[in-house]
Design a protein around this ligand. Structure first.
Ligand code: NAD
Length: 434
């Protein structure tokens, strides 16, 4: 497993749990040192125990030495990052191609090279071309096996997937992939075997569709506010329809995270490059940026039109609960805007500190919501961590200079917030008192 990040580590640990012998490779020595010590460098529920179990069973090891690790392996997964390329939104494939190049230089026996990273259509063929150019004598197969796990539920998603998708060119590669995932397919989890291009496309299409669903309800929420409808009830009413389903219909401050923003941008570029512009995806990207700006305006409105010298407590920074990943979190747009306009911003997040400390200069960190709101003019709920779902609202309101709340995840109801002493409350797409 080349690349031991959120996807590589979870996949490596879970594949080891299936009984396979896994060597995880990374260039980050600090990460490897933690892992060899049995410690996980990321926050992911359930990962520690699974890591310990499979290390103890001798099926899982960690190294930076690709040449040594590769000796005798049948399959190499590539799970390195594919961030947005600066400036143009294309997926940056430099990590994938350098991993392939390094691999080509040390391979001797036949291997199946599996791209698990999210990559544009055509990348697996480019991987094969690079292999042939670097090591013409090498016998290999290429496979696309995109990953659909969600951070915060990654182990469960890997162990109970809605589907496994593999793109192959040969029966030999298909048989190897079927053997790897047999513990899942034997339990009835479906496996789609397709060609390389189809498998690569499924991943982007699925992520773009989900980002569209989230953005659709976020835009509906803005209309609900103008019309007096309640977006939570609207989403329920829509979600009961089995053709729609209830998931990804929670209005919020915009999608974020390590996948939706970069994958929608990359897909839009793929469409443009192939003269098949994806107007829906391009609009989703624009609307999502707009939603974040609307959130900043909401906060400013709640503070009587300006945030200069106002104390604002922000609860939650990660793009969703259950992860410490800060990549493209809406908080990275919203919090700096408030700091930039002169607000005194205090922040609380159960997991974000290590990742977010450097990304959010000028804020004050607090350990819990109650200390963060002491004397504050506004409290903003930005991520719906469980800690923030069970707050004593009266205690919160009682310790604030101005009991005002911007509940950007619709955790509470306006009437309850007002009953607890909040003089102003706004959710998203539902009743507010302002
Ligand atoms: P990440 O940044 O957490 O991890 C990537 C790791 O690869 C890092 O530890 C880095 O040090 C290592 N690396 C880079 N180049 C290397 C090389 N040449 N040799 C060895 N190690 C190398 O990234 P991630 O979030 O795990 O994402 C990986 C891929 O999976 C991306 O393409 C992403 O789009 C996709 N994906 C991510 C998620 C998610 O929820 N994070 C879900 C599905 C798919």
């Amino acid at each position: 497993m080349i690349g031991t990040g959120y996807v590589g580590l979870v996949s490596g640990v879970c594949l080891a749990d299936f009984g396979h012998e896994i060597v995880c490779i990374d260039k980050d020595e600090a990460k490897l040192a933690l892992l060899r010590d049995g410690k996980t460098p990321i926050f992911e529920p359930g990962l520690d125990a699974l890591l310990a179990r499979n290390m103890a069973a001798g099926r899982l090891s960690f190294t930076s030495d690709l040449r040594a690790a590769i000796d005798g392996v049948q399959v190499v997964f590539i799970a390195v990052g594919t961030p947005s390329r600066r400036g143009d939104g294309h997926a940056d494939l430099s990590y994938v191609f350098s991993a392939v190049q390094e691999l080509a230089e040390v391979l001797t026996d036949h291997v199946v090279i599996v791209t698990k990273s999210t990559v544009p259509v055509g990348t697996s063929r480019k991987v094969a071309e690079l292999m042939r150019a670097t090591n013409p004598a090498q016998d290999f197969d290429v496979v696309s096996n995109p990953e659909f796990l969600r951070e915060g539920a990654a182990i469960d998603d890997f162990m109970h997937p809605d589907r496994v998708v593999v793109g192959v060119q040969t029966d030999r590669a298909a048989a190897v992939m079927q053997a790897i995932y047999r513990p899942l397919t034997d339990r009835g989890f479906p496996m789609l075997v397709a060609d390389l291009e189809t498998a690569e496309m499924v991943k982007y299409a699925a992520n773009a569709f989900l980002a569209t669903k989230v953005t659709f309800i976020n835009e509906m929420a803005l209309l609900c506010e103008r019309t007096g409808a309640d977006v939570k009830a609207v989403a329920n009413g829509m979600g009961f329809d089995q053709r729609i389903g209830p998931k990804f219909l929670q209005a919020g401050p915009g999608y974020g995270g390590s996948c939706f923003p970069k994958d929608t941008r990359a897909l839009a570029r793929i469409g443009q490059d192939h003269a098949a512009p994806l107007q829906i995806v391009e609009t989703v990207i624009k609307v999502n940026e707009e939603v974040k700006r609307v959130m900043i305006d909401k906060i400013i409105d709640l503070c009587d039109g300006h945030v200069r010298k106002k104390s604002i407590a922000v609860l939650g920074l990660t793009f969703k609960p259950g992860t410490d990943d800060m990549r493209d979190a809406p908080s990275l747009t919203i919090v700096p805007a408030l700091v930039g306009q002169g607000a005194d911003v205090r922040v609380v997040d159960p997991q974000a500190f290590r990742e977010a400390e450097d990304l959010l200069p000028g804020v004050t960190w607090h350990d819990d919501a109650y200390t963060a709101v002491q004397g504050a003019d506004l409290v903003v709920i930005l991520t719906e961590w469980d800690d923030f779902r069970t707050l004593d609202l009266a205690r919160l309101a009682g310790s604030m200079a101005e009991p005002r709340m911007a509940d950007l995840r619709n955790v509470y109801h306006c009437d309850d917030a007002v009953a607890a002493g909040f003089s102003y409350y706004t959710g998203i797409g539902r009743k507010s008192v302002m």
